[in-house]
Design a protein around this ligand. Structure first.
Ligand code: ADP
Length: 169
């Protein structure tokens, strides 16, 4: 059985992340979406909020589970019996830091392979940071994030939800 983890901050989850989750769920038998609890960063969404949003977004995938972790990603992967770490590569600019992380993880635990998914062109410009900037200034973010995330962004930034929700909701 092939088990993979997909680690990240997911602050919050976007359609770019969901695209990687959907595609990796077709390739691996089981995926753990792993939300890093990083005390060095100040996230916009609490760990509980990020987990709740991801669980809502992943509820239709029978082979995807969402969990949080602290410490080294390779240790979390090992604890789950995973042999693969999934990451998404958006642009050349991602490459430098991603290759450094992949090499470090390989040095720490050679049995765990990092597998990169080339992101879909449709979402290649998207990041959680960009989405939060757009939401902060009252833009329509419904094209970038699932509906539950859109609602949460509006709650967080204090905009009138009714005004921003799509007509078909
Ligand atoms: P981190 O802080 O670990 O980079 P992120 O939540 O920003 O966490 O990203 C987690 C993973 O998802 C990374 O591999 C990143 O490259 C990938 N990712 C982020 N945004 C997108 C996107 N728009 N399309 C595809 N993959 C993405």
């Amino acid at each position: 059985m092939s088990i993979a983890i997909y680690p990240g901050s997911f602050d919050p989850v976007t359609f770019g992340h969901m695209d990687i989750i959907k595609r990796s769920a077709r390739v691996f038998d089981k995926i753990y979406v792993a939300v890093l609890i990083n005390s060095a960063k100040t996230p916009t969404f609490t760990i509980e909020e990020r987990l709740e949003l991801l669980r809502e977004c992943c509820k239709d995938f029978r082979n995807v589970e969402v969990e949080s972790f602290t410490g080294l990603t390779v240790d979390f992967a090992k604890s789950k019996g995973a042999t693969v770490m999934v990451r998404g590569l958006r642009a050349v600019s991602d490459f430098e830091s991603e290759i450094q992380i992949a090499h470090t993880n390989h040095a720490l635990m050679p049995r765990i392979e990092t597998v990169f998914f080339a992101t879909s062109i449709k979402w290649s410009y998207l990041s959680s940071t960009i989405v939060k900037e757009a939401a902060r200034y009252n833009s329509d973010v419904s094209r970038f994030v699932p509906h539950c995330v859109e609602k949460k962004l509006h709650e967080k930034f204090g905009f009138p939800v009714e005004r921003k929700l799509r007509d078909d909701d």
